[in-house]
Design a protein. Structure first.
Length: 107
């Protein structure tokens, strides 16, 4: 049995469809499906928007791409805030160390 790219996509679609179908019957699986689809749909929109831009439909491609990026950013807001905070702390420490190194070099 050959395993091609088309068969891989078909298997992925079957698994996603089964998760969506059984999500209504099993409560814990429904929550998992909602979480997965909540991230999968914006990522698919970004991919389709990029594909549209690459194929020449720039206006529609950019619209879909921007909407997908905005939705994904809103989904990842819980992660973006702490990452910015950590980046500010690391940058502040780097600036303090850099100033102390410059002072010692002048003497």
């Amino acid at each position: 049995m050959r395993y091609s790219k088309g068969k891989s996509l078909a298997i992925i679609l079957i698994v996603v469809g089964a998760l969506m179908l059984f999500g209504g019957f099993l409560p814990f699986l429904g929550a998992l499906t909602r979480e997965i689809m909540g991230y999968l749909v914006p990522i698919a929109m970004i991919a389709l928007g990029y594909y549209g831009v690459k194929r020449g439909n720039t206006l529609i491609g950019y619209i879909i791409l921007v909407i997908g990026v905005l939705v994904l950013i809103s989904k990842l807001a819980w992660l973006i805030g702490p990452l910015i905070a950590i980046g500010l702390i690391v940058f502040g420490i780097y600036m303090l160390k850099d100033k102390s190194n410059h002072k010692s070099r002048r003497y």
